[in-house]
Design a binder for this molecule. Structure first.
Ligand SMILES: Cc1cn([C@H]2C[C@H](O)[C@@H](COP(=O)(O)OP(=O)(O)OP(=O)(O)O)O2)c(=O)[nH]c1=O
Length: 190
């Protein structure tokens, strides 16, 4: 039987896949995450997800390997992870009182195929005061997350509504991923 590998160092992606109670291994993908700025957000996340999965697949040639990438798009700008308090503040300020889109791309590499897909989720933030933004950034939660927030943590208090897959915002659109794995012939118990 083929084994399943998650090509990620994200603890959230691991937790989401663990919810399915199927055995898998984690192998982090040390790839260059730069991209051509002319690409659309969906092209960027699928390209980076593919790079991550392909990198790990070279070490697991008989496995099904899943790679994923998440970015936030606001005011036409693609936001990755902030690297300072000031940058995180600026990102959350940009998201305050408006709707932004979260794009998560997934790539699945098997011994004889590789596919990519993406999910887009729209997220509406409450109007936030500078004080609220500062105290959120002070939690330290911003730094390893696209757009500078985590919907699954304190960031849940910033969110007014979402339209789309919550799990895709956290980093892995689990149900679509399972459907695609099944189409590729991976034996799922459910
Ligand atoms: C918007 C949002 C993003 N994120 C996270 C998901 C991703 O882990 C991260 C975006 O960075 P990614 O580069 O997609 O992933 P990563 O570096 O964390 O992990 P790897 O490349 O090894 O798979 O932001 C949340 O956890 N919650 C959120 O609400």
């Amino acid at each position: 039987m083929h084994s399943l590998i998650l090509a990620s160092s994200s603890p959230r992606r691991k937790e989401l896949l663990e919810n399915l109670q199927i055995p898998f291994e984690v192998s982090s993908s040390d790839v260059d995450e730069s991209y051509n700025p002319v690409l659309s957000p969906e092209e960027i996340v699928m390209e980076l997800a593919s790079r991550k999965a392909k990198f790990v697949a070279t070490s697991y040639p008989t496995s099904f390997v899943i790679g994923s990438d998440t970015v936030v798009v606001a005011e036409g700008q693609v936001l990755g992870k902030p690297s300072s308090h000031a940058e995180a503040f600026k990102m959350i300020k940009m998201l305050s009182g408006t709707t932004h889109s979260v794009f998560t791309g997934v790539s699945i590499v098997t011994p004889d195929k590789d596919i990519q897909f993406y999910e887009k989720t729209d997220v509406v933030f409450w109007e936030l005061t500078d004080e609220e933004i500062n105290s959120y950034v002070n939690t330290g939660e911003s730094f390893d997350k696209a757009g500078g927030y985590g919907i699954q943590g304190f960031g849940s208090t910033l969110v007014k509504e979402i339209s789309g897959d919550y799990f895709a915002v956290v980093g892995l659109p689990v149900s679509r991923t399972v459907r695609e794995l099944k189409k590729l012939g991976f034996p799922f118990p459910i």
